[in-house]
Design a protein around this ligand. Structure first.
Ligand SMILES: *[C@@H]1O[C@H](CO)[C@@H](O)[C@H](O)[C@H]1NC(C)=O
Ligand SMILES: *[C@@H]1O[C@H](CO)[C@@H](O)[C@H](O)[C@H]1NC(C)=O
Length: 135
């Protein structure tokens, strides 16, 4: 009986170590529908920790390792560069556009984001196929 309990605690410890703050705050937003629910007080507390999602706790998106400061569908994102949440939740940039400074732009022709975000062509130039041209 005592060894069973030890095994249980070791398992919990491994689970606790596996849950890093970044995975808890960004990618892992699926709630595990756990059959272990209610088996122990400690486990419940751990599940509570997993369910610290940004919908309820927006501050977790400001922690180190977060994908960004903004929260969409319980996921931390960066509105500035997120292709699927560009400027706001659910605003998707469709190909060939990319998200720069919270706006969908075409890097093939955009003079401010020529080829990539922030690559600005001089005013006399133009952006041709993602390259600044001064011809
Ligand atoms: C998840 O849990 C709820 C409530 O206990 C239950 O109604 C539901 O069927 C479960 N879903 C899955 C996928 O196990
Ligand atoms: C969001 O993305 C921009 C552009 O890469 C970056 O400068 C900024 O630091 C990011 N913000 C956070 C909180 O990660």
């Amino acid at each position: 009986m005592k060894s069973m309990k030890t095994l249980f605690l070791v398992t919990l410890l491994i689970m606790a170590l596996t849950v890093t703050p970044s995975s808890a705050s960004s990618s892992e937003n699926e709630e595990p529908n756990s059959s272990l629910q209610g088996t122990s007080h400690f486990l419940n507390r751990k599940q509570y920790r997993i369910s610290l999602t940004c919908d309820k706790y927006p501050k977790i998106c400001h922690t180190k390792g977060s994908a960004g400061p903004d929260c969409c569908n319980n996921k931390c994102v960066n509105f500035t560069i997120d292709m699927f949440n560009c400027g706001r939740c659910g605003k998707k940039c469709s190909f060939p556009k990319i998200c720069c400074e919270g706006k969908c732009v075409n890097p093939r022709s955009n003079k401010k984001h020529c080829g990539k975000c922030g690559n600005k062509c001089e005013s006399r130039g133009s952006c041709v196929y993602g390259m600044c041209s001064y011809a």
